[in-house]
Design a protein around this ligand. Structure first.
Ligand code: NAP
Ligand code: BGC
Ligand code: ZN
Length: 355
C-alpha cells in the first residue's frame, strides 16, 4: 500500500510502498478516507517536534484521520462503519493513563503519538487501531471526519481551562484566539457557536486581503494584527480578555497572555514552540496572576470523550465555515499542494479513498 512518510535526513513528505498492516487481537483494520494536515505536521516534517519510531528510518505522517472499517476482526464494529482514531498509544503494553482512558494526561515516556512521536501515523491506504481508540462518526459526516481530531484538541482545552474557573461564578464576555492557523480558526468558530461570548477576537500577522481575516470577520470576530497591536497592548487598544486561547506557538505569547487577561480570566496555551531564550518581567507576571486571580492552563492531546464531544461539535458549526476553512483535498499525486504553507492555504487533507 502507499504511505506518506518523512525519511530521516529529509524535510519533505514522500510516498513509499509499505505492506498492508494485519490487525492483531482487539484491533480493527481501517481503510483510510482522508487525513488532515496541521501546524504540527509541518513541525514534524521540519524536525522541530516528534521522533521516528524506534528502529525506523522514516515516519508515516498523519494524526487527523477518518476511515471506514474494512475488517472488524471480532470487535464491536461492523464492516463499513466510519471511524476516527485517537492519536496516543501506550509504548510497551498498557499503563494507568490508558487504563483510565486519560492517555492525553500521560507524561513523556508513557505514550507514543501516531504520526508524531515514535509511532507511524495514519497517512497510508490502511491502518490498524485498537477498538478502544476508535470513535464512531455518522456516515454522512465522513468527508469532514478529519476535523474531529483538531476539534477534540479544543474540547479538551476548553474543559480544562473552564474547570480552572469553576470555583466561582465566572461569566466571561470576551474571548481572544491567538493564531489564525487552522486550529485558531476552528477554535474561533467553536467559541462563536457556543454563544457564550459577546465579543470574540482573533490575532494574526497578515495584511488584507487575506482569506483567514475574511473568515474571522464572517464568523463575527474582530481581527487583531500583532504587528500593530502586540498581545500585551491588547487591553489598552481593545479591552482585557476573559478567555485567551493561544494557538500560535510563538513563545512570548504565553507570557503576554497574562497581560491580556482580565481579572479572573483564564488562558489556555496550546502552541508547541522550540527553545527560545528572552527576557520577561517575571515579577510583574507573577503579581498579575496572583493579585488578579488569573490562570494559565497548558493543554495537549485529547481523549475519547473529547473526540465524542468533537463529533457533536462538528454538527454544530455552519456548513459555510467548512467550505471556507478547507481550502483543498488532494490525492497522493499532489502532495506539494497538500503540504503547502502559504497564505491561501488554510486547512487541507490527503484523500486515500472514497466512502
Ligand atoms: P499553524 O497553521 O502554523 O498556525 C499558527 C498561526 O499562528 C499561523 O497562522 C501564524 O501566522 C500565526 N502566528 C504565529 N506567530 C504569530 C505572531 N507572532 N503574531 C500573530 N500570529 C502569529 O498551526 P496550527 O495547526 O493552527 O496549530 C497552532 C499551534 O498549536 C502550533 O504550534 C501547533 O503545534 C499547536 N498544536 C497544539 C496542539 C496541542 O494538543 N497542544 C494540537 C494542535 C496544534 P502566519 O500563517 O501568517 O505565519
Ligand atoms: C496533535 C495532538 C498532539 C500534539 C503534540 C497536535 O497537533 O493534534 O494530538 O498531542 O500535537 O504532539
Ligand atoms: Zn494536530
Amino acid at each position: 500500500m502507499n504511505a506518506v512518510v518523512v525519511r530521516e535526513g529529509e524535510t519533505k513528505p514522500t510516498v513509499i510502498e509499505k505492506p498492508r498492516p494485519e490487525p492483531g487481537e482487539g484491533e480493527v483494520l481501517v481503510r483510510t478516507l482522508r487525513v488532515g494536515i496541521d501546524g504540527t505536521d509541518h513541525e514534524v516534517i521540519n524536525g522541530g517536534h516528534g521522533r521516528f519510531p524506534d528502529g525506523s528510518n522514516h515516519l508515516v505522517l498523519g494524526h487527523e484521520a477518518v476511515g471506514v472499517v474494512e475488517d472488524p476482526n471480532g470487535t464491536r464494529f461492523e464492516e463499513g462503519d466510519v471511524v476516527v482514531p485517537t492519536v496516543r498509544r501506550p509504548p510497551n503494553g498498557t499503563n494507568d493513563y490508558f487504563e483510565r482512558g486519560e492517555a492525553d494526561m500521560a507524561p513523556d515516556g508513557e505514550y507514543v503519538e501516531r504520526g508524531i512521536v515514535g509511532a507511524h501515523g495514519f497517512m497510508s491506504e490502511y491502518f490498524t487501531s485498537p477498538e478502544e481508540s476508535l470513535v464512531d462518526l455518522p456516515r454522512e459526516r465522513a468527508q469532514l471526519g478529519f476535523l474531529v481530531e483538531p476539534i477534540s484538541i479544543s474540547e479538551k482545552a476548553f474543559e480544562h481551562a473552564f474547570a480552572a474557573r469553576s470555583a466561582f461564578e465566572w461569566d466571561p464576555e470576551s474571548a481572544l484566539v491567538l493564531g489564525n492557523g487552522s486550529l485558531g480558526l476552528l477554535t474561533l468558530a467553536m467559541l462563536e457557536a457556543s454563544d457564550r461570548f459577546e465579543r470574540t477576537y482573533c490575532l494574526g500577522r497578515r495584511s488584507r486581503p487575506d482569506p483567514t481575516i475574511d473568515l474571522i470577520e464572517e464568523l463575527g470576530g474582530t481581527y487583531i494584527d500583532s504587528r500593530e497591536t502586540p498581545v500585551s497592548a491588547i487591553p489598552g487598544e481593545y479591552e482585557s480578555m476573559d478567555f485567551v486561547y493561544e494557538a500560535t506557538g510563538y513563545a512570548k505569547h504565553a507570557f503576554d497572555t497574562v497581560e491580556a487577561l482580565a481579572p479572573n480570566g483564564v488562558g489556555a496555551l496550546l502552541g508547541v514552540p522550540g527553545d527560545w531564550e528572552f527576557e520577561v518581567d517575571g515579577g510583574r507576571i507573577h503579581r498579575e496572576l496572583v493579585l488578579h486571580n488569573k490562570a494559565l492552563v497548558g493543554s495537549v492531546n485529547s481523549n475519547v470523550r473529547h473526540f465524542q464531544a468533537a463529533v457533536d461539535r462538528l454538527e454544530a458549526l455552519p456548513e459555510w465555515f467548512y467550505d471556507d476553512l478547507v481550502t483543498g483535498i488532494y490525492g497522493l499525486d499532489d502532495l506539494d499542494a497538500a503540504f503547502a504553507d502559504d497564505d491561501s492555504t488554510i486547512k487541507t487533507a490527503v484523500e486515500f479513498s472514497r466512502i
